[in-house]
Design a protein around this ligand. Structure first.
Ligand code: NAP
Length: 253
């Protein structure tokens, strides 16, 4: 029996990892959450509370949690693994373009990635790109506006269920270090994604391109967030959104 722990197992990505791991019989799948009853183990990577208990005797950790201080949280996890589960395999999800795009969230991800990769713990890191759920919240957050703003660059979004598939696959294999980065099936401008979004939601409103000065925007414009050479043949953004309309919103506890 393999014992898995999914940190962030209540989030957009992590809940798919949990469901996919649980679909295979004969494993223990622990889910870390700060909230009582939301997972199987309550713990907080920021304070360290409950983490030793959650990792005790674990074989594989799929680390999907990301809070306000990702490097510190990840160090807490690594130290607990060293103390409680010496040989565990740590599977880490990272983001494409974090060296080139100086977004604060990416700086935090880069720092956490370095904690994992210098930890001495057997690890597998998968860099990926913007999830479909993130694109959906970017546009749904503008529901009250009379227009739909679309940043003037391209993305290659991926279904988080597809990322979960890749992480579960990695979790079932020996630690492999840094994997090739992966992105979604198509590179699309955010304008064309906004058009898809408006069409599926039945919105009729002008789409307004958003151009901002600065290095972050230039990094996206230069395509550092894309991986056209490794496009995962999963669902497109439009297919994802249409499936949500048919099935109702995906559950995130
Ligand atoms: N969203 C994207 O487009 C995207 C793209 C590429 C990579 N990623 C990476 O994929 C991972 C998952 O992203 P997501 O969008 O699925 O995240 P999410 O939905 O925002 O979920 C975040 C998770 O982190 C947990 N968490 C936060 N602070 C914590 C703490 N101090 N201690 C323990 N758990 C904590 C939360 O659990 P509770 O609230 O239950 O405690 C929650 O399950 C992240 O590492 C993110 O950087 C995301």
């Amino acid at each position: 029996m393999t014992r898995y722990l999914v940190t962030g197992g209540t989030g957009h990505l992590g809940r798919h990892v949990v469901d996919q791991l649980r679909a295979r019989a004969g494993h223990e799948v622990r889910v870390l959450s700060r909230r009582e009853g939301a997972g199987t183990h309550r713990g907080d990577l920021r304070t360290g509370e409950g983490i030793a208990d959650a990792v005790a005797g674990i074989d594989v950790v799929v680390h999907c949690a990301m809070g306000r201080d990702h490097a510190t949280e990840t160090r807490t996890l690594v130290e607990a693994l060293r103390a409680e589960a010496g040989d565990a395999h740590l599977v880490f999800v990272s983001i494409q373009g974090i060296e080139q795009i100086p977004f604060f969230y990416y700086r935090a991800k880069l720092a956490a990635e370095r904690v994992v990769e210098s930890s001495g713990i057997p690890f597998t890191t998968l860099r990926t790109v913007q999830f479909h759920s993130l694109i959906a919240s970017l546009f749904d957050g503008q529901r009250p506006l009379p227009v739909l703003f679309a940043p003037a660059f391209s993305v290659q979004p991926i279904d988080e269920a597809d990322v979960a598939r890749l992480l579960v696959d990695a979790a079932r294999r020996p630690a492999a270090g840094r994997l090739d980065p992966v992105a979604g099936p198509v590179v699309q401008t955010l304008r064309s994604l906004a058009e898809d979004h408006a069409a599926v939601r039945g919105w009729r409103r002008p789409i307004v391109p958003l151009r901002l000065p600065g290095r972050i925007f230039r990094g996206y414009r230069a395509g550092h967030n894309l991986v056209p050479e490794n496009a995962y043949p999963g669902s497109t953004y439009r297919e994802y959104l249409e499936s949500l309309v048919e099935e109702g919103p995906r559950r995130v506890s």
